[in-house]
Write a protein that binds this ligand. Structure first.
Ligand code: GUN
Length: 322
């Protein structure tokens, strides 16, 4: 029998933490991303049997050796391996020149056996790099990060079916869907206007028919704006900046922040918090994503989804599988 509890488990939402009832329902990115990855693994298996061994392939290009990038890349490679995506990590030294980076991108663009290419950001280079030039060098039909002007332009015009949607906003939309709250007609507020999170999140909510307000570092009345949000997505990059008493009762709160703050009780001397003050927002929100275990795993799952989508588009044009 499908009980409310089993339905919630399937959907990746739950109203309890550690046996204690919390006011907001927690929307788990860990559970939701697992469901997405399981679905993709089946899809990849179907492709392999239908197109004699065909596998979606992804290249992750890294410049330098940042610890945070190394961590993100290893989760991407692990997820790809579980799903059956053939993922390759190309690491250039921090001494690489911009021309060398561009050369590597162009060679992957021309390789018909690769369906997705991402350049891990930020670039960790000792040489001057134009990251805009570099992200735009990725062929739009392999740009599974959705960061090129072509894909960003299509998204901004509402051409959602013909572009790659950036992974973090796409993951946020999936988590909002899990709540069962419909976006159409709601007032959504996005904090942050980065190319990777805030700006595409604005567009995605808009074309899912929300009325959207974008807030940023020059917004003068942030608490008031936040207080109007039925759906709040925060990608500000500032630890626990959004306070619970700003949040509208019952709102959906999606926290994209990953910040390290000192914590002497931890062996590492630090812990990870979001951009939202979780404990106080939890008392007012209807739904809330945890940090960690909320948006982060969804970003990885959506990169896998875009890679499988790119491989499907490739097969539509090349039914022989090459
Ligand atoms: N750095 C942090 N998040 C991301 C992401 O989603 N894509 C890329 N390319 N770099 C990142």
């Amino acid at each position: 029998m499908l009980t409310l509890a089993s339905l919630s488990l399937r959907l990746g939402v739950s109203g309890c933490r550690g046996g204690r009832r919390s006011i907001a329902t927690v929307v788990s990115g860990n559970k939701t991303s697992r469901l997405v990855r399981e679905r993709l693994a089946l899809e990849v298996e179907r492709m392999r049997s239908r197109f004699s061994g065909f596998r979606p392939a992804l290249v992750v290009l890294q410049v330098g050796d940042r610890d945070d990038s190394n961590l993100y890349i290893s989760s991407k490679l692990k997820a790809a391996a579980q799903i059956g995506i053939d993922a390759r990590h190309v690491r250039l030294p921090s001494s690489a020149t911009q021309d060398e980076v561009l050369q590597n991108i162009l060679s992957v663009n021309e390789n018909p056996f690769v369906h997705g290419l991402i350049v891990q950001l930020p670039l960790d280079s000792v040489n001057p790099m134009d990251s805009e030039l570099i992200t735009n060098a990725v062929s739009p039909d392999k740009d599974v990060d959705g960061l090129s002007c072509i894909n960003a332009g299509k998204l901004s015009r509402g051409d959602l079916k013909n572009c790659f949607i950036p992974c973090t906003p796409n993951g946020c939309m999936e988590l909002i869907r899990q709540t069962g709250v419909s976006v159409a007609g709601k007032h959504a507020v996005v904090i942050g206007r980065s190319k990777i999170v805030g700006a595409p999140m604005h567009d995605l909510l808009l074309w899912n028919h929300a009325t959207v307000t974008s807030c940023h570092s020059k917004t003068t009345d942030l608490p008031e704006q936040v207080g109007r949000a039925d759906i709040l997505v925060v990608g500000a990059g500032r630890a626990e900046m959004v306070r619970g008493d700003w949040v509208k009762e019952g709102a959906v709160v999606i926290d994209c922040g990953i910040n390290h703050v000192p914590d002497e009780t931890k062996a590492s001397g630090k812990r990870v918090v979001g951009d939202v003050h979780y404990a106080s927002a939890n008392e007012r929100a209807g739904f809330i994503t945890p940090v960690p275990g909320g948006v982060g795993p969804m970003t990885v799952a959506m990169l896998m989804e875009n890679t499988v989508l790119s491989a499907q588009r490739f097969l539509l044009k090349n039914p022989a599988g090459r």
